[in-house]
Design a protein around this ligand. Structure first.
Ligand SMILES: Cc1cc2nc3c(=O)[nH]c(=O)nc-3n(C[C@H](O)[C@H](O)[C@H](O)COP(=O)(O)OP(=O)(O)OC[C@H]3O[C@@H](n4cnc5c(N)ncnc54)[C@H](O)[C@@H]3O)c2cc1C
Length: 511
């Protein structure tokens, strides 16, 4: 019996993970990627001896990566060298105060008590709740696919929904635990890792500060961009065929089934199943004939924020910076209102600076620094012209860093790249240039989020940030795992294939 065939659209972390797993299970897999390199948002920028991660810089939940590699019979450590960042990061507030977040509890006690006496005890309780939410959500929600609301709201799940706090807003809970506004900021801003305001995010995301403390913030040597390269290596070992610079123009549907993809040269490549990793809202709008299936409701959904990015190669090492640095602007709450409600750039923006060469010398020439600046900004909007907004934001970043003792930074820049929401939209096919895809607010998680399979078009599957379970590098690996599980369920594995490879969901919640 001949091997069954799959086409994967997109070499983001989701697409690579799906391709790797399918190939390992015996499918003949062909992958088409628009760009000339793997990784998508988890890609790299390189120039003049400097190397930067394009998007993600924070590696959480390393056990998901280990399990993903183990699911195809590989050891993660044979492909990636992970190191733990300590301290996790340094935060600078608008009043000039700083706070270093570390996994060392005695140091953490000193840091928290310095800003709010008595806060350490409450921090421990906050973490305990975060742990409970982490374990329950990973075991019962994140690793599972919900085909319907009824499957989500079962009698056994209802108490769990209350336990994880999916029905409450995160910031309110944080404000109950900490009185000092600076600690409230530090314990809630992590929802921006998902591009969602802490004032809108469900309380379940208090699992993020817990994960940072208990499991740690990790870094793969070579940067996050090393992850897709490692996945690509395994894919090639498993026989996946790669086609770069190959932007799929349409998912071809015949008699209600996805039968292949239309390629830029006009050819149609056929397969038994199509797995689409291009971001779901964009893909639905541009790759599927609306006469076959349309999802106008996607226009009304909430989208995550975008990022104005600076990638700066500078001619000296900036010891004032740690590997991860957060700089908060003056009006924490107002800035989220600007970004998410008013769709305007905050007057005094908060931003993040990544300086990976402080951990990994391969990221910059000796004695120099590779600095990545991410300023959270609204997704594309007709009134936002990035040719005007961009230089204003850039100037504010350099001004703030100058005030904090780095007055020569702008002069020290010898390599610079800028990415705006418009670039995110056009280069990676992200709807509205939204960095993290569909938002993960209460009504866009679980069964309310797009499924990894299509209800109307048979043999069409999806994986990635805007699908279940959600955005983030480890989460899109889980999404790919769910898609492959669904394929196996609905299109049984080919004769002679290696079946029974355990999915991530089956492995349980804890590291
Ligand atoms: C600035 C930024 C910071 C982030 N920080 C973090 C972080 O610190 N930690 C974390 O875990 N996550 C972070 N994330 C989120 C994380 O990067 C994403 O959730 C994840 O990488 C998305 O992977 P994906 O496979 O869903 O999609 P993508 O990475 O978008 O991959 C999709 C691929 O499909 C390709 N494609 C699109 N259309 C077509 C087509 N028609 N034909 C062929 N190919 C096509 C694209 O070129 C792309 O390569 C960050 C994201 C950004 C943008």
């Amino acid at each position: 019996m001949s091997r069954r065939t799959a086409i994967v659209v997109g070499a983001g972390v989701g697409g690579l993970t799906a391709a790797m797993k399918l190939a390992h299970e015996g499918w003949r897999v062909e992958l088409h990627e628009k760009l000339d390199v793997p990784g998508g948002r988890c890609g790299r920028i390189e120039g003049d001896g400097f190397r930067f991660d394009l998007g993600p810089t924070i590696m959480l939940m390393p056990f998901v990566f280990e399990r993903t590699f183990a699911s195809v019979g590989r050891k993660l450590s044979d492909y990636l060298q992970l190191v733990r960042c300590d301290p996790n990061y340094q935060v600078t507030f608008r009043d000039g105060a700083t706070l270093t977040l570390t996994t060392e509890l005695t140091k953490m006690r000193e840091e928290l008590e310095r800003l709010e006496p008595g806060s350490f005890e409450r921090y421990l309780r906050f973490l305990a709740k975060g742990r409970e939410r982490h374990d329950v959500s990973l075991e019962h929600f994140v690793g599972k696919h919900f085909d319907s609301v009824a499957e989500f709201l079962t009698p056994s799940n209802l108490p769990r929904i209350f336990t994880v706090g999916a029905h409450r807003k995160l910031f309110g809970q944080v404000a109950q635990a900490f009185k000092d506004p600076r600690l409230q900021q530090v314990m809630s801003f992590q929802t921006m890792y998902l591009g969602v305001s802490p004032f809108e995010a469900p309380a379940v995301f208090s699992l993020l500060p817990y994960t940072e403390l208990a499991v740690g913030v990790w870094y793969p040597m070579g940067g996050m961009g090393a992850i897709p390269r490692a996945l690509e290596k395994v894919c090639r070992e498993e026989g996946v065929t790669f086609h770069y610079n190959s932007e799929v123009k349409q998912i071809v549907v015949e008699n209600g089934r996805a039968v292949g993809v239309a390629l830029p040269d006009g050819r149609v490549s056929k397969a038994d199943v199509v797995v689409c990793n291009a971001d779901y809202p964009w893909a639905y709008k541009h790759l599927i004939d609306p006469k076959v299936s349309a999802k106008p409701e996607l226009e009304k959904k909430r989208y995550t924020s975008s990022g104005y990015m600076l990638y700066l190669g500078v001619k000296r090492r900036y010891d004032e910076l740690k590997h991860h640095n957060m700089f908060f602007g003056a009006d924490f709450k107002g800035s989220f209102g600007d970004i998410f409600e008013r769709l305007q750039v905050p007057e005094d923006p908060s931003f993040y600076v990544n300086a990976p060469a402080h951990t990994d010398p391969s990221m910059a020439p000796p004695g120099k620094d590779a600095l990545y600046v991410l300023v959270p900004v609204p997704h594309q909007a007709p009134h936002l012209d990035w040719k005007i907004e961009g230089p204003k934001v850039r100037a504010k970043v350099f001004q703030r860093l100058a005030e904090l003792g780095m007055p020569d930074l702008e002069r020290d820049v010898e390599f610079e790249r800028v990415i705006t929401p418009d670039d995110w939209a056009s280069s990676l096919n992200l709807e509205r240039g939204s960095n993290f895809g569909l938002a993960q607010n209460m009504f866009q998680i679980g069964p309310f989020r797009p499924k990894v399979w299509d209800e109307k078009i048979q043999d069409l599957y999806f994986c990635g940030a805007s699908c279940q379970p959600g955005t983030g590098v480890p989460t899109v690996m889980i999404s790919a795992d769910l898609a492959v599980q669904k394929i196996n369920e609905r299109s049984p594995a080919p004769h002679g294939a290696r079946v029974g490879v355990k999915g991530l969901a089956a492995e349980g919640p804890t590291p």
